[in-house]
Design a protein around this ligand. Structure first.
Ligand code: ZN
Length: 255
């Protein structure tokens, strides 16, 4: 089944996860005429030692919206709590509602295997939400079911490794060299996190780590900067690699 909507939804756990992982690919898709939608499960309410949850949530949602604006993207927050992203009915229904509202043909989310359980739960929640958006008996008042299963992609695990320190190998690496500066500009919008890390590490760890990991993935395909992905190829999901079809030789499949 084809979907005429050239809409990509990046839905990640926390504000800044997308800017660290998939912002380069989102920027490439935008250049190809795609509409980009960005969302987080939480407002990042635990990301401060000085602000209350309410204060830091407000600050970080604004930072996320400012970063999204660089791709002319709308930003949504599902208002879960940091550390408590639950695989439960309420959360899955919220995710289904967002998919029904935004009608993406491509969804990008967290790695199923990562260092933080919020990331892993987000991955599972979104897998279920993509599959279930067309089930009419799951009610989202005012928002119609969406009878299409989007292509689903998982970003790299943080630092490319699982909880045992084992490498999580991407199925493909996308050459984002032309978008690394824009990616950095997006990440830099998250000043509340950057400043804290800068103080803590005595250097601009936030940006350095993002660029460093991008460089590592880039080296694997002999380009300056890369982003790794795995495609969800389970039952009922589209099997073709639409990112490769859209981005051509920038996408390097790994065997
Ligand atoms: Zn995160």
């Amino acid at each position: 089944m084809t979907n005429p909507n050239k809409t990509v939804l990046a839905i990640v756990a926390h504000p800044d996860d997308a800017e660290i992982s998939c912002a380069g690919t989102l920027a490439l898709l935008k250049d190809k005429g795609w509409t980009v939608v960005m969302a987080t499960m939480t407002p990042g309410d635990c990301g401060s030692t000085v602000h209350t949850r309410e204060e830091i949530s407000k600050i970080r949602k604004q930072e996320a919206a400012d970063a999204a604006a660089l791709l002319d993207a709308e930003y949504y927050c599902l208002e879960c709590d940091d550390v408590f992203v639950m695989y439960d009915k309420q959360t899955i229904v919220k995710a289904i509602e967002l998919i029904r509202k935004t009608k993406p043909s491509v969804v990008i989310t967290m790695s199923p295997s990562c260092y933080m359980v919020d990331h892993e739960m987000t991955s599972k929640i979104i897998q279920t939400a993509c599959f279930s958006a067309g089930i009419v008996n799951i009610e989202t008042p005012g928002v119609e079911p969406y009878f299409y299963t989007p292509h689903l992609y998982y970003v790299d695990a943080m630092e490319g490794k699982d909880r045992f320190g084992e490498a999580v190998k991407p199925g493909m690496i996308i050459d984002i060299s032309s978008k690394i500066d824009l990616k950095e500009e997006m990440l830099a919008k998250h000043a509340s996190q950057r400043d804290w890390l800068r103080e803590h590490h005595g250097m601009d760890e936030y940006i350095i780590a993002m660029r460093g990991f991008g460089e590592k993935r880039g080296k694997e395909i002999s380009v300056a900067y890369g982003e790794g992905y795995r495609q969800h190829l389970g039952h009922a999901y589209p099997q073709n690699n639409i990112l490769q079809e859209e981005l051509g030789e920038l996408v390097h499949e790994r065997s």
